[in-house]
Design a protein around this ligand. Structure first.
Ligand SMILES: Cc1ncc(COP(=O)(O)O)c(C=O)c1O
Length: 259
């Protein structure tokens, strides 16, 4: 699979592969300074083979991964290529399952949730939550905060992904742009780049809630949710649920921004 130098998905894939006794090969967008920190360190620790590619080569990442897979096949291995972020029809099912689990927890705690917030980086998480909402009759509105690109880019990507998932699993669902709620405006300085406001919010949430957010995804998404609350977008008595999607190892290469 592939990702940026601090890809959480790539690290999680490498960890899962180690557990299952599989070899993992990660193709990471080159970044020498971040190479052995946080996720990049952990991926290597669990035995992933890492190929660094330039940002230019990364534009053709699917071809690059296919080439590596062909080489592995020639050597007698059985490669399985996972796209960026694990965002394919199968990956979507992860967050369909998360909706099922969430609903069971909400039922146990007799809590009604009106709005869900989540970070959007390659679209699979949001697609899974939306599909899960429909399959399990979850009434909450799902809001995605894009941490890169734009809302319209992700609307297209998520609708495509949902269409492929529907086809692969023969589902009787269909979605249009109107079903999606992607909130633009919180990319800040850009993908993987942090503003002072984001850093300050991560510190505040850590110190007031004991919840550690990451600078690339959940920090930006939390800022989006807090900003929407400040703008008075919700009615009194409505409950908001923030999905913490992980990623805290991405904090370590950024420690100098905090203190
Ligand atoms: C910690 C974390 N949260 C959220 C996301 C966004 O998920 P997706 O790529 O499925 O949109 C990612 C990855 O992109 C991530 O690493």
């Amino acid at each position: 699979t592939c990702g940026g130098p601090q890809s959480n998905h790539a690290r999680a894939t490498a960890v899962a592969a180690a557990k299952l006794g599989l070899k993992s090969h990660l193709v990471l967008r080159n970044s020498v300074a971040a190479q052995m920190e946080g996720n990049a360190f952990l991926s290597r620790l669990v035995g992933a083979e890492v190929t660094n590619v330039s940002a230019e080569e990364y534009m053709r990442i699917d071809e690059v991964m296919q080439r590596i897979a062909d080489e592995a096949r020639e050597q007698g291995h059985k490669p399985y290529v996972i796209p960026e972020g694990g965002s394919n029809e199968l990956g979507v099912l992860g967050y369909v399952k998360a909706v099922e689990e969430t609903l069971a927890q909400l039922k146990r705690s007799k809590t009604k949730v009106h709005h869900v917030f989540v970070a959007v980086g390659s679209g699979g998480t949001y697609a899974g939550l939306l599909l899960g909402k429909h399959l399990f009759d979850f009434s909450a509105e799902i809001h995605g905060i894009n941490v890169c690109d734009s809302a319209s880019y992700f609307e297209g990507r998520i609708l495509r992904l949902l269409k492929e998932t529907k086809k692969r699993f023969g589902l009787e669902v269909s979605f249009t742009k109107k079903d999606l709620h992607i909130l633009d405006g919180y990319v800040g300085k850009g993908y993987g780049l942090s503003s002072q406001e984001e850093i300050d919010l991560i510190k505040t949430i850590a110190r007031t809630e004991g919840v550690v957010l990451d600078p690339v995804y959940t920090g930006k998404a939390m800022l989006g949710m807090v900003d929407q609350i400040r703008q008075g977008r919700f009615k009194a008595g409505e409950t908001l649920l923030f999905f913490h999607t992980g990623g805290i190892y991405g904090l370590f290469p950024k420690r100098s921004l905090f203190f």
